[in-house]
Design a protein around this ligand. Structure first.
Ligand code: PLP
Length: 374
């Protein structure tokens, strides 16, 4: 899709106005007890789209906003988001991880939902200023990070199933704890005979809010049966593996790393892309291709399936211990993470926290002591 495909073309940069919180809420924060996504830092970024362009970019104290019940996002689901993280490096520096890639994906999601694009420079500047204002909210311990949630919603007040002419864009941030504070715990997955996540031509490759609402019922059923997540199969033949929950999936078969090809139904994960790049650099054969659940069982039976792991921003790497499919199990009998997944986890997090040299330009260091605004 190129720009002409959507009715919105105006990308303008503007000055961000800053309204600082009178009093920080940080003294209420217990850095040893960070629940994922429940606590929000002092400030948020907001801008509004109306009259054909983005306007009034501002950073303001995090807090409630008012909308009318006729707001279109609530009725027709024009809502897209991103999920990314910032990492504490040292007292002067916070690393954003691949923010331009997250921004590019955000624009792709917006285009798919017929929503306006946002400007890259403004997106990055908004993130940088938020980091500078709320740097104390970036937790410092190993495994901890500041989760960043950009989101765009349709705000026109109009009960008509058509493209909204008004939008709001926010960025909110949330300090999050170490995903693996109690050690790597391999997850159990199950396929679903009944449900699918995405179809070719649908919205599966966009980070569109509606994709997640539709996945909750199958996920709940999986959990009721003792599994952590659903391993999604393709919608047409119910045969080929796509991804897991909100992560991409990898299989180490012999010495080859296999991951499902993107193909329009799989979310193009940025962690996925990082894993592929590093594995290739390590001289590992990487195959992005269709892989069926039957082939996976075969590799397990012939002893060549060595490791399974998910990859996504939240956990970075999540080892998989068991896959259930139609009454049969692939049980890797693991207590902890496999050596390849561990190596990958250490390499990616090492780059994110600035402990390992970043030779790919993935990290975007923010000097928190420099601000043009105050
Ligand atoms: C966000 C997401 C991923 C992982 O993407 P990352 O960029 O690595 O965080 C994978 N699958 C789904 C469905 C997602 O929403």
């Amino acid at each position: 899709m190129n720009k002409q495909d959507t009715p919105f073309q105006s990308l303008n940069t503007m000055k961000i106005s800053i309204k600082k919180a009178v009093q920080s809420r940080i003294s209420n924060l217990d850095f040893n007890n960070l629940d994922f996504g429940r606590i929000f830092s002092d400030h948020m970024f907001e801008m509004k789209y109306h009259d054909g362009k983005w306007q009034s970019a501002e950073i303001l104290p995090y807090g409630p906003i008012t909308f009318e019940p006729s707001m279109m996002a609530l009725h027709y689901g024009q809502a897209v988001f991103e999920g990314m993280k910032a990492y504490y490096v040292d007292q002067n520096t916070i690393n954003l991880f691949r923010p331009k890639d997250h921004h590019a994906r955000f624009n792709n999601s917006a285009k798919r939902l017929c929503m306006p694009e946002t400007d890259e420079l403004l997106f990055i500047e908004a993130l940088e200023e938020l980091m500078k204002l709320d740097h104390e909210w970036v937790p410092k311990k190993k495994g901890q990070a500041l989760y960043i949630r950009p989101v765009m919603i349709a705000t026109e007040e109009y009960l008509a199933a058509k493209v909204s002419q008004e939008y709001r864009f926010f960025i909110i941030t949330s300090p999050v704890g170490a995903y693996y504070s109690e050690g790597f715990n391999p997850v159990k997955l199950t396929t679903s005979d009944q449900y699918v996540r995405a179809v070719k031509g649908g919205t599966g490759e966009a980070k569109a809010a509606g994709n997640y609402g539709g996945s909750f019922l199958p996920a709940l059923k999986a959990q009721q049966n003792g599994y952590t997540q659903v391993l999604w199969l393709d919608a047409n033949e119910h045969k080929y593996i796509e991804e897991v929950g909100t992560m991409n999936i990898f299989f180490l078969i012999g010495d080859t790393l296999v991951t499902p090809e993107l193909g329009g139904t799989v979310l193009p994960g940025i962690t996925r892309r990082s894993v592929i790049t590093l594995a290739k650099e390590w001289g590992i054969n990487v195959e992005e291709r269709r892989i069926s659940i039957d082939e996976l069982f075969e590799t397990h039976h012939n002893g060549s399936l060595n490791e399974i792991f998910g990859a996504g921003t939240a956990a970075v790497i999540a080892p998989v211990g068991l896959i259930h499919h139609q009454g049969q199990n692939i049980n890797l009998d693991m207590e902890k993470i496999g050596p390849f997944a561990k190596r990958m986890y250490d390499a990616i997090t090492g780059i994110q926290y600035g402990k390992i040299e970043d030779t790919h330009g993935w990290t975007h260091p923010v000097n928190i002591k420099e601000s043009v605004y105050y």
